[in-house]
Design a protein around this ligand. Sequence first.
Ligand code: FES
Ligand SMILES: [Fe+2]
Length: 389
Amino acid sequence: MTKHPAARRDPGYLGLTRSVAALPASDYFDAAHYERELGRIWYRNWLYVGRSSEVREARSFRTFSIGTQSVVIVRGEDQQVRAFHNTCRHRGAALCQAAEGRFPPAGIVCPYHAWRYSLKGELLQTTSKQLPDDFEPRDLGLYGLPVTEWNGCIFVSLSDHPPAFAKNFDLPLNRLDAWHMDRLAVGHRSRKTIACNWKVFWENYNECLHCPGVHPKLAQLVPLFGRALLEPKDDPHWQDHATDQDPRFRGGLRAGATSWTMDGQPVGVPFPDLSAEDRKSGHVYLTGLPSIFIVGHVDYMRIVRILPLGPELTEMSIEYLFLPESLEAKRNIASAVEFTQTVMGEDAQICEVNQRGLHALAHARGVLMPEEYVIQQFQDWVRAELARP
Ligand code: FES
Ligand SMILES: [Fe+2]
């Protein structure tokens, strides 16, 4: 390849101007490194568990696992959601074996020696004939964990001192307010395991250099993606088309399309409070590292949860959210599901292709190209998290 002449770049250009060394390839499969990431990233930050509606009734619970950790999330009689390590204070048995259910009015009873706890985690009863003289039930409540509900979504942290909730989101938390997420209902769910490291998933998500080749349908629907760009200013010569209303340059959906569906037509009742700009763009993304991204379209939302299952295995769960009236009217939402399942399936497949190549003995690390500036930000975040004392 010949050397490039000195490049011209318009002011405001977002891309990298120098090539950047990527993370070491072994960081994507080395078991010890994976354990370190679990400890420093996954056990410290806020993780998306699921929708509040999954524990709508008092006493309903669900369990959530990450790495070696298991957590019980329960809604109390006072409607408060609480989270506890799924571990009895007696000799450490796992309290709940089921993925979800409802505790009896008596509370949480350990399956081993039947210690009983309230839904607030207080130890109410042991089964010993007599308590030791110095026994203090108050000191033996369940191990509580930080938990929060935001927009109908439950997040938990395995750290007693998690970062501020908003810290790892890429946009202000009110960016999706117009969708009134807490009122939405889940119309469809899907789950898939991908044979790749969790970082491979996020890196693929953070660039569109692969869009024209990997996502032919998406590249048609969002013509800017078809040019391998995420944002208009990813083009070094974006000013040449600064006022051009063609979606190839300004972003947004192709002419005639309004939603991310097979034919571009909405399938659900459109959200009434979206701005003209959000309707025109057709998608607004909000990402919360390391576990979630949310997309708002004109008639549905998608919540995608990522969970590492191993150094080279990642689970992707997707929830499709609609206005309740869309589901009550039994609208056919298949076209929205099919479209995004196609795109996410293509991503899953290419992530596995990426993962397979990373083991080459000669490949110490990759290189980031101009369009991959968000990957650089992601990798800087990963490095900073790992370096955090
Ligand atoms: S381990 Fe739970 S009661 Fe013994
Ligand atoms: Fe993609």
